[in-house]
Design a protein around this ligand. Structure first.
Ligand code: SF4
Length: 327
């Protein structure tokens, strides 16, 4: 099986299936730990750090020791047996202990470790550290094929440095025969419609997989202005799918940089969480908590979603498959 297939399988598995849609699902096979929630860029469409983000995120970071304790517990319970990632809203390379955590995860026996990065801080030295630590998969987020446009969309003039980091990474991987799956994702906005060919020409030599994702704007403020500037798909008339059951509530545990268990990466509101692991570190208790139960009941029992973050989630729209496309 090619690495491209493996990487896509992990992604579609997380978003598309669950071993058990029940009120008491088995402990989750996917685990995401947000080691820090800060970022070095300000992408225009980012609901956490961008110009139109609905809230200011309070900076938070987890200590290396705390994450190691969580990983030991998770591994013993079988949580994350399929995959473990180290990001949510933040840029992982801002976290100094990143390589140490990846090495620790691999020593424990976690099968598949992965990261997403904007790449600006993935310097050759930092990249070597995480690759040597045994990282299994890395995805770069690059949303423009040239400097000016990149600066506008990412909010930082980092295009040249990202290109350098990508080339250096590729060289190191090739030279040392490192087994890591590499991919690039590009969010398509009104400013970048039709750039797929150009992106492929520039980036295909360095990545096994390239994906294009139409921008999602519904979580941002000043929505009329944002849509006018960046929208590519009008999602306002996309139909709600009453049969959709969100797999993330059944197959993945998300832990944010405050040490709280949250429903998914849409949980940028600090008030929405299921358990505080700094108060009770039990991952099993968190998975079986009333909060999870309440959210699972929305999908399994048809309970009201009013006031929950699922109420307006795009995942529940009928054409969600259209939101990720490539060749
Ligand atoms: S907001 Fe709800 S439906 Fe959407 S991804 Fe999160 S848990 Fe799933």
């Amino acid at each position: 099986m090619s690495k491209k297939q493996t990487m896509r399988e992990h992604m579609t598995g997380r978003l598309g299936e669950s071993s058990s849609f029940s009120l008491n699902p088995p402990l989750p096979e996917c685990l995401n730990i947000e080691v820090n929630n800060t970022c070095n860029q300000k992408c225009v469409f980012c609901p956490y750090h961008g110009l139109y983000a609905p809230k200011t995120i309070h900076p938070a970071i987890l200590s290396v020791d705390f994450v190691k304790e969580l990983m030991c517990q998770a591994y013993e319970l079988g949580i994350g047996r399929k995959e473990i990632g180290f990001y949510l809203a933040g840029e992982a390379f801002l976290y100094k202990g990143l390589a140490e955590l990846i090495a620790f995860a691999k020593e424990l026996g976690f099968k598949y470790t992965f990261l997403t990065t904007n790449g600006a801080l993935a310097t050759p030295e930092r990249m070597r550290e995480v690759l040597d630590a045994g990282l299994d998969s890395i995805r770069f987020s690059v949303n423009a094929p040239q400097r000016e446009l990149y600066r506008e969309l990412h909010g930082k003039d980092d295009y040249d440095i990202v290109i350098r980091n990508i080339k250096e990474m590729h060289q190191y991987i090739t030279k040392n025969h490192i087994k890591v799956a590499t991919s690039l994702s590009c969010v398509i906005t009104k400013k970048t419609i039709g750039i797929e060919k150009q992106m492929r020409e520039i980036f295909e030599p360095y990545f096994e997989d390239i994906m294009f994702i139409p921008v999602m704007l519904s979580r941002l403020t000043n929505i009329a202005e944002v849509k006018e500037k960046y929208e590519v798909i009008d999602d306002s008339d996309v139909m709600f799918n009453p049969d959709f059951i969100c797999p993330l509530l059944f197959n993945t545990m998300y832990i944010n940089a405050f040490g709280k268990v949250v429903p998914c990466c849409n949980s940028y509101d600090e008030e929405v969480y299921f358990a505080d692991l700094k108060v009770n570190p039990s991952l099993k208790d968190a998975w079986e908590s009333d909060g999870y139960n309440k959210y699972r009941k929305i999908f399994l029992k048809g309970d009201s979603d009013k006031g929950t973050i699922c109420e307006t989630c795009l995942m529940r729209k009928k054409t969600v498959k259209r939101f990720i496309y490539d060749d």
